[in-house]
Design a protein around this ligand. Sequence first.
Ligand code: DO4
Ligand code: MG
Length: 285
Amino acid sequence: MKVCRYSPAAGAVRVGLSPDNHTLIDLTPAGITRLDALLESENPLARARELAAQDLPRVALEGVTLLPPVEDQEVWAAGVTYLRSKKARMEESEFSASAYDRVYDADRPEIFFKSLAAKVVTSGDSVGIRADAKWSVPEPELALVINSRGRVVGCGVGNDMSSRDIEGENLLYLPQAKVYDRACGLGPWISLEADEATARTWQIAIEIRRGGAAVFSGETSVNQLKRSFDELAGYLFRSQRFPHGAVLFTGTGIVPPDSFTLQADDEVEIAISGIGRLVNRVVVV
Ligand code: DO4
Ligand code: MG
């Protein structure tokens, strides 16, 4: 069962359930006008199933605009959680290689702030590459949707856009490599089938197109993720409250070759088998 935020017309924001790939069940008549009304409920998946069985209006998916699936949640990201990411980063920076090596094996994961909700972009919007970066890549990542009680209640498709040359020059530049306009892609769907065993059967795939032709594609499995969902969510919520819940990207397991950098007008498509697709054009910001 998937949920989204959408707009049927300019200005209006609604929450919808997707029973299939063509229609949305409008939850407004059931009194649900915000995602958190569902995500904060005792059992969001059971509540969504109950709502889907009610006689609520259905709208055609093609007639609406899908919105980023966040309201007030901060977005955070874990890093160096896949062997592929550790290796690529150790190669990218001699200077910081031991930091990546150590954090991969340490008890405490790397977790960094990624985005305010208002800055998140979703499918159909543009993602950004920095004008002062020379080496920019998308990072396709499973995103955990966590409620205010620290419970993982959903999963989404995330893109942790990154400037590899800036991160590689000095690890202290990480916030500049990771946080800038249009650097955080997410959505448009949240799958409420969030149990880890199911999610670990999913594949994450990316295709980057230039002038319509694929210039990079890659695939990995969520099962390659080194740390458990509860471990990552638990560290995020240590000594920090999130009254509106949070979204936590779980790190990338796909890294394009070092010769590859994104360019303006490229199209990035990320698919996670149990959730859906996030498709964005690239702009320079
Ligand atoms: O350590 C830098 C960032 C790591 C990251 O974003 C990832 O592994 O996905
Ligand atoms: Mg990342």
